[in-house]
Design a protein around this ligand. Structure first.
Ligand SMILES: [Zn+2]
Length: 283
């Protein structure tokens, strides 16, 4: 009896060996055969939901965009049911240089202003002006990022001594930004909502919004004023430079980061659209 068992086991091992050889042979042959539509592995089995790769459906428009407002489209994963919300641009095709009298068609920032305008992230300062060279306040940046996150309802109170009026237009945005660690405020406990945002502060907010990914070894020595970047902003500036959000500006053959300079509305539009176009948040 014992001998029989052993023979059976040996037989199944031999069979298993044959099978794996034949599977390998099929795989090798398949590589030389052109793929045929409707055959082989489907998209649904090729994705790995756990790793963040989903099989999105065609999506459903839940808010229709109009000439002046953006829309919302929701995609659902055909396997795990997870949803993804993306923004639809306004229907207007009018160039921003025709909407705003202070945005000349030839200016370098036109495509970026067009982007933030069509996705409803930045509006004009009036119906006919964008004020590209004006600074942006810290409250405005919080509001833009809050809008980009679809303005979720906030609970709790402000942790900043100078953001206490719940009627102010930026109150919810600042609370959201602080709770989501997008802003940290100043060591004295203030947020300084009306302060103009500097270029390194804006880089820091976007870096924080991105979850402060680890930056690899990267030198800023291409910039003549790299030593002006404050310690807390260094990783953010390195990251922003690495992913193409900040390139610096050229002056007399030297490149400058100008970290403590105010980010103008045109510069902010540029950094925001470069940051957001890296992401899967818009259609
Ligand atoms: Zn999925």
């Amino acid at each position: 009896m014992a001998n029989m068992k052993w023979q059976k086991r040996l037989m199944s091992l031999v069979l298993a060996g044959c099978m794996s050889v034949s599977v390998l042979a099929t795989a090798a042959m398949a590589a030389d055969v052109p793929a045929q539509d409707g055959q082989g592995t489907t998209v649904e089995t090729a994705v790995d939901c756990a790793a963040g790769a989903h099989a999105w459906d065609a999506g459903k428009v839940t808010v229709e965009p109009t000439e002046t407002t953006t829309g919302i489209k929701v995609y659902t994963c055909k396997i795990c049911g997870e949803t993804k919300t993306v923004r639809l641009p306004k229907l207007t095709t009018k160039p921003v240089s025709e909407i705003f009298t202070d945005v000349p068609a030839a200016s370098w920032y036109v495509p970026y202003v067009q982007y933030v305008y069509s996705y409803g992230l930045m509006d004009g300062t009036s119906a006919t002006t964008f004020a590209p060279k004006s600074p942006l306040t810290r409250a405005m940046v919080a509001q833009i990022l809050y809008a980009q996150a679809y303005k979720p309802e906030v609970t709790g109170e402000s942790v900043f001594s100078d953001v206490t009026n719940s009627d102010s237009w930026y109150y919810d945005a600042v609370i959201w930004a602080s709770q989501n660690k997008v802003v940290a405020g100043y060591p004295d406990g203030t947020f300084q909502p009306k302060g103009n945002v500097t270029r390194e502060e804006l880089a820091m907010m976007l870096y924080a919004r991105e979850g402060k990914p680890k930056v690899s070894d990267w030198s800023l020595k291409a910039f003549a004023d790299a030593d002006k970047v404050q310690g807390w902003a260094k990783d953010a500036i390195v990251w922003a430079n690495q992913v193409g959000i900040i390139y610096g500006s050229a002056d007399n053959g030297e490149l400058y980061l100008n970290p403590q300079g105010n980010a103008t509305r045109a510069e902010a539009a540029t950094m925001l659209s470069k940051y957001l176009s890296l992401k899967d948040w818009a259609d």
